[in-house]
Design a binder for this molecule. Sequence first.
Ligand SMILES: CCCCCCCCCC/C=C\CCCCCCCC(=O)SCCNC(=O)CCNC(=O)[C@H](O)C(C)(C)COP(=O)(O)OP(=O)(O)OC[C@H]1O[C@@H](n2cnc3c(N)ncnc32)[C@H](O)[C@@H]1OP(=O)(O)O
Ligand SMILES: Cc1cc2nc3c(=O)[nH]c(=O)nc-3n(C[C@H](O)[C@H](O)[C@H](O)COP(=O)(O)OP(=O)(O)OC[C@H]3O[C@@H](n4cnc5c(N)ncnc54)[C@H](O)[C@@H]3O)c2cc1C
Length: 662
Amino acid sequence: MSVVVPECCDDLKRERGRCLFNKEELTNILDGGPKLTEKRRRIEKMLINTPELFDDVSPDYLSHEDRYSNELRKATQLMTTLEKNGFTYNDAVTTGTGLWLLMDGNPLSLHISMFLDTIKGQSNPQQLQEWLPLAEKFKIIGTYAQTELGHGTFVRGLETTATYDSTTKEFVLHSPTITATKWWPGALGKTSNHAVVMAQLYLGGKCYGPHIFMVQLRDLETHRTLPGIVVGEIGPRLGMNSNDNGFLQFNHHRIPLTNMFMKHSQVTEDGKYVKPLHSKLSYGTMVQTRVGIVYHASRELSRALIIAIRYSAVRHQSEMVPGDPEPQILDYQTQQYKLLPHLASFFALRFSARALLEVFIGTSAGLGSGKMNMLPELHALSSGLKAVATNDAVKGTDICRLACGGHGYLSSSNLPRIYTAIAAGITYEGENTVLFLQVARYLIKSFRASSQGQTLPFSVSYLRVQPPSSHAPLMSDRGLVDALGAGVRWMVGEAERRLQQLVDSGHSPHAAWNACSVHLVQCADAHTRYYICEQFVDAVSKLGETVSSGVHEVLRQLCRLYILHRVIQTAGILLRCGAVDGKALTSIEEEECHLLATLRIQAVSIVDAIDIKDVFLKSTLGAWDGNVYQRIYEEAQKSPLNKSDVTQGYYQYLRPLMKANL
Ligand SMILES: CCCCCCCCCC/C=C\CCCCCCCC(=O)SCCNC(=O)CCNC(=O)[C@H](O)C(C)(C)COP(=O)(O)OP(=O)(O)OC[C@H]1O[C@@H](n2cnc3c(N)ncnc32)[C@H](O)[C@@H]1OP(=O)(O)O
Ligand SMILES: Cc1cc2nc3c(=O)[nH]c(=O)nc-3n(C[C@H](O)[C@H](O)[C@H](O)COP(=O)(O)OP(=O)(O)OC[C@H]3O[C@@H](n4cnc5c(N)ncnc54)[C@H](O)[C@@H]3O)c2cc1C
């Protein structure tokens, strides 16, 4: 399939004619540099020239089974195409291209993410040598099986047991109850022949908590389920129905001692336990995936924004001035208010994802040399950013759908599929409220440590009492970010005060925690957003020295919009703690409206610079040429109901009804 860039419609031509910045330069910034843009485009070109990767028929028109088979066909084709052309699966993930082709629930996604990551991050050298080549070459195919019917969040409450039998040097895996059934893992139902399984380790009758085990589920020749294992698919879900999310039960199923992942903790042949350096090291794959999800959420949000902003420039509706031609809906301030703060969020999330990745890489390097001290901060940052990124991507994507009116509800807009795929991100890999409560724990601990004079890690250092010096002017970017920081400090201080008050009045610390948890979640959300603002301001100010003035100006405007919007959202807190007053808020609101109008002028060019091709957008509303109505019409013709003028349903039901004497 070769891509011919079509002439665009007059509206989009005019929009693009107003661009005052170098689009390619902005594209490079978003990709992480010109080399990465070039690499992404090479991958895209290769994929575009592989017609088997594209659907002839929309998955919406396929049966449940055909939908799965079709996605599996494309997933395997994708892997072989990448391999043959010298790219890794990771290349397709990090550029987003692979995801965009397969985001109806790619049945190999768990294999190339959490299964491979667990092998890499949790194996001892022998295990790595044995399993990694097999998994990388798809000789074994696996998933990450942790969640059970009864427990997803509370990992310590999992019921699957792995009991060591020193006489045979084996673990016996067992699901003692219905609620112990593994439930949800992607690709578990029919695709995987292996799984990394989280189970409670029992040695000599004592439970040592959740540990990870490599378990073969199916025969490698026949693909039949092995004895002692029951496995199947869990049925239709809100979205991503081309995946085979599965269930799994063990009936006293035996695996060798060497199948416990032993990088961090070990069991000796005679059944002795060797503790890890940190009790949560076995949760490493989850942390790594949360980092990936921040990128993933920002990418999905960007697809929705490209669709909605291009459509808003093509769609004309109503009269702004009686008798005048119908304006582009993007000219309505309310439409700008719906879309442009989310455009700013996309940039904010992209820069924060990059900062988080650096923390992850630094912490991982530290762990390699036995340094555990950065782990709590990484856990808090990755939890908070995963939660904010997915919450905002879901909200933003739905706003994009709403901003497209009725046509946004069409499957062919692709907005429903983007929405249902990213909506799962709020729940999977740590439900967001639960993750925010983890962040809150870290905030309260840090706040208390600071009160005792201890030095705080970088991401929470602003929680210590701010010296009344070196304040930037309030209305500058820095000044407003400082005000947001003061707001979070006040909120955390208030949470700590309420917790203490409850404990002093006789509540247990746990009861006090629950009684304050709404406020604690708000603290965690506000802290994470403060961190995002900081990263955005830092990134834009660093780029200022290296980029052209046009690009810098656009980034500065987006950053400003993000901060102003955040200040307005937090107005109640900021007023209560005295960080801003009513007068400042009024001028911030006015500035936001002014900025919306400024950014509107180049909005189409900004989303063009995100550089996602039509074949990856898959949207009748968002295509480069803006030929919206023709595309919608042509897509409707593909409905199977349009194959004949009169359907079977007419003869079977409608006609008898019309003929009946009612
Ligand atoms: C080319 C084709 C495309 C391919 C696509 C690939 C895509 C890759 C990119 C990704 C994009 C999208 C697709 C992703 C697909 C993902 C599918 C989803 C998979 C899953 O959902 S897997 C299951 C995930 N499950 C969870 O996340 C469970 C959540 N629960 C927990 O993590 C924990 O139980 C907990 C809630 C954190 C609580 O833990 P626990 O009860 O054990 O601990 P305590 O509360 O008692 O806390 C003790 C102490 O430890 C701290 N702590 C907890 N966790 C960690 C940690 N991970 N690291 C460090 N410290 C931790 C906790 O804070 C406490 O500290 P304190 O005592 O306060 O000091
Ligand atoms: C599409 C999809 C794919 C998935 N893929 C996988 C996979 O590949 N592998 C895998 O192992 N799992 C997978 N999961 C499971 C997922 O990780 C869990 O659903 C998730 O961790 C949430 O757990 P839960 O379902 O038990 O929700 P629950 O914990 O039961 O949450 C229900 C409600 O209770 C609240 N709640 C729970 N605990 C607390 C608390 N301590 N404090 C306050 N509120 C609380 C939550 O906030 C939420 O509102 C997947 C899930 C989905 C939807």
